[in-house]
Design a protein around this ligand. Structure first.
Ligand code: DGI
Ligand code: FE
Ligand code: FE
Length: 172
């Protein structure tokens, strides 16, 4: 599943790079590696961070689903030899997003429109929107994520909320 998702993100990122005049190779590299920190259980991911001296925030310790982003950026640099800082930061921020994202960060944050992703309410609308107004699509993605987590009683990282807030204000 992860392989198929990864290939989907890689080509989706290429398409968005074409649309938004980003470097296509960088976008594909970021897409290919964005989940490379996800191998292993949550516990193993946290242990790998400790082993490599990667400092985790309180949120990341409470929400292990977030850890693979930072760990992935580390592996991309140290194991896969990526030196492009833009690619590394796109991997770092792909799960929570952040205000004022670079275009490459936005492209990878929007990973959940890729073709293999499970159909969720609003996905069709996000898929259309991302090729027209990527900031508005980010707002829809972040809104969906925050709502989904709240509905399921899961803690929400303050950065996920900031992302939503920033991109929803931007659209007004
Ligand atoms: O790695 P993927 O499954 O392709 O997607 P992702 O990196 O965007 O998200 C990974 C998981 O993290 C997904 O199940 C949603 C979850 N997530 C995203 N933001 C938050 C979060 N989980 C918590 N608890 N809090 C967040 O703010
Ligand atoms: Fe991910
Ligand atoms: Fe992913």
């Amino acid at each position: 599943d992860r392989f198929e998702h990864t290939i989907g993100v890689m080509y989706t990122a290429a398409s968005l790079a074409m649309r938004y005049h980003e470097d296509i190779d960088d976008a594909m590299m970021a897409g290919l590696l964005h989940d490379c920190g996800k191998y292993g259980s949550a516990q193993e991911q946290v242990e790998r961070c400790q082993k490599h001296g990667i400092l985790l925030t309180q949120s990341e310790l409470e929400m292990p689903a977030l850890v693979h982003a930072k760990l992935g950026a580390y592996f991309a640099e140290k194991e896969y030899g990526v030196t492009n800082k833009g690619v590394l930061s796109a991997i770092t921020w792909h799960t929570t997003g952040r205000p004022e994202m670079t275009m490459l960060e936005k492209i990878i944050y929007a990973d959940y429109i890729e073709p293999n992703r499970k159909i969720i309410p609003g996905l069709q609308k996000i898929r259309e929107t991302v090729f027209v107004d990527i900031d508005h699509a980010i707002c829809l993605c972040a809104g969906n994520t925050v709502n989904y987590l709240r509905k399921n009683g899961k803690p929400v990282d303050p950065m996920s909320i900031e992302t939503y807030q920033y991109y929803s204000d931007k659209g007004e």
